[in-house]
Design a binder for this molecule. Sequence first.
Ligand SMILES: Nc1ncnc2c1ncn2[C@@H]1O[C@H](COP(=O)(O)OP(=O)(O)OP(=O)(O)O)[C@@H](O)[C@H]1O
Ligand SMILES: [Mg+2]
Length: 357
Amino acid sequence: MNAMTDIKTDPTDMTDLAIAIAMRGVTKIFGDKPQEALALLQSGKSKAEVQAETNHVVGLDNVSLDIARGQIFVVMGLSGSGKSTLIRHVNRLIEPTAGEIVVNGTDVLKMSLNQLRTYRRTQVAMVFQKFGLMPHRSVIDNVAYGLEVRGVPKAERLKEAAKWIEIVGLSGYEQSRPRQLSGGQQQRVGLARALALDTEIILMDEAFSALDPLIRSGMQDQLIELQKTLGKTILFITHDFDEALKIGDRIAVLKDGAVQQVGKPEDIVLRPANEHIEEFVREVNKARAIHVRSIMERGEHEHCQASVSQDARCEDVLPLFAEHQWVGVQDSDGRQIGRVTAKQVIKAIARHTPGLN
Ligand SMILES: Nc1ncnc2c1ncn2[C@@H]1O[C@H](COP(=O)(O)OP(=O)(O)OP(=O)(O)O)[C@@H](O)[C@H]1O
Ligand SMILES: [Mg+2]
């Protein structure tokens, strides 16, 4: 049982954002008599203890999350931590044992079957890890499938599908079958299919995990780039911390079905809430993960000769210290909003390295 008071949530920059998906105390117990196991969990027993005593599996343990509209929210955790269970609650492929899920103000659990069908067709699209394409359909028919189900006329849906195929970089492959494509290409088809539905919310369960590292990195870049113009609400599941840091506006870390920490990537890297998260943080390239703006001295200072943008990471600023003591940090209008020294950067990068600090 996780006590909400233990969870470190940084509420800054959330106050003005509309919430697209709200999960409130969501608990999922797998098994025939979940209520008995639920009572044990709520009395403070761990997932392992509940399993030993009742043979029931705790999928999620009292999960409360606010997922803001227009953000990429990443849920990160090891295998079995409950990531797929969590994401499947959002489109109600799984019903919770306790708790509620509210999407754009509507309680998902109170929807009738008809409402649920409409909800799945128009509000939430899903991209799967194993692509989930229909092998006998061409690429364009795969991409157009969701629109076909929705009853969109053929000419219109093919036009829409062709548009998304072009955006994900697959022009020329419209008539190919999925088996004629590489893994990365197939995943692009899956992404185009979800995007073609034009839902506000996209659920991505380990969507890039089956890809080679380079292709995967390319897909991450493409998603970030697309998101700049699309502004979707994306719930992205991964077990890869580097991937989470790269694409997440916010990240929740799950363990044994319980949320361990929620925050911006930097919050997690700079202030890991517990040892479990520290273990992940130890392995990451902190120079890449930490933005200069999160460690700079804010305020008006003398103009610095060298400067970087506020989006720069520590690794971008390091070379400048060979020539300069101070490096300015500029906002998008080119105004200096703060400055950093090599010492500050090194301190941030070194903070959680064993043996230092
Ligand atoms: N249908 C089910 N019946 C029983 N237990 C289940 C079921 N689905 C999931 N579980 C259990 O719930 C827990 C969470 O599983 P889940 O699939 O959500 O993990 P995950 O984080 O997605 O893992 P992975 O990274 O391997 O996909 C696990 O202990 C799993 O064994
Ligand atoms: Mg999973």
